[in-house]
Design a protein. Structure first.
Length: 209
């Protein structure tokens, strides 16, 4: 995409898409009836339909919590393969290598339980443990993503109905995750970029009646 960018004062990320500070997302995805924009067909948890990239360290953390996660999964996937065995080199990830979660019944294997959302996230909530480092970072950041030295919007974001309702900006809904994953200095830099973008936005004046 040919997107306007804002420079970031950060050692790793040097720019961010300006639209991150103005585009919006539904505030609570668990109460939103997800649908595909093109077809208008309902697809709950649509953003998880393709599975996810998982850093090898995250895979190890998920496997370490395997019993707790497995207890939530449907019988047909409890003991199935959760990850594609093929590893890919990707310098954007901490370990430098990633695997893909398996897809089952039109969604990530970790959707295969009796409620909505991610079984990893649910296991953390029910077991009162910190999901950081276990739930894949790329899932926690959605609909943001990153490539090389830029913070960007995931390609598939506009495909989902949650992208076309009023709610918090993409930055505000992912700000805490950005801080957890990349550290407070990135949020300081992003806050400055946000102020620059919003300061430059035209003011909406009331209409005289």
């Amino acid at each position: 995409m040919d997107e306007p960018t804002i420079a970031l004062d950060h050692p790793r990320f040097r720019s961010v898409w300006a639209s991150i500070f103005t585009r919006r997302l539904v505030a609570d995805c668990m109460t939103h009836a997800c649908a595909m924009v093109d077809t208008h067909t309902e697809m709950l948890d649509a953003c998880c339909q393709y599975g996810s990239d998982v850093d090898l360290r995250e895979r190890a953390a998920i496997e370490a919590r395997g019993d707790e996660i497995r207890a939530l999964l449907r019988a047909e996937v409890k003991h199935s393969r959760w990850f594609d065995p093929e590893e890919e080199v990707d310098a954007d990830y901490p370990s430098g290598r990633v695997v893909r979660t398996e897809v089952h019944d039109g969604g990530c294997v970790f959707l295969a339980h009796d409620l909505r959302g991610c079984a990893i996230h649910r296991a953390a909530l029910e077991g009162s443990w910190d999901l950081r480092g276990t739930k894949p970072a790329i899932c926690r950041l959605f609909p943001l993503s990153y490539e090389d030295d830029a913070i960007v919007i995931a390609d598939e974001y506009p495909e989902y109905s949650c992208a076309h309702v009023d709610g918090p900006t993409l930055y505000r809904i992912t700000r805490d995750a950005l801080a957890d994953i990349f550290g407070e200095p990135l949020v300081v830099a992003m806050d400055a970029a946000e102020a620059q973008v919003l300061g430059a936005a035209p003011r909406r004046l009331p209409v005289a009646r």
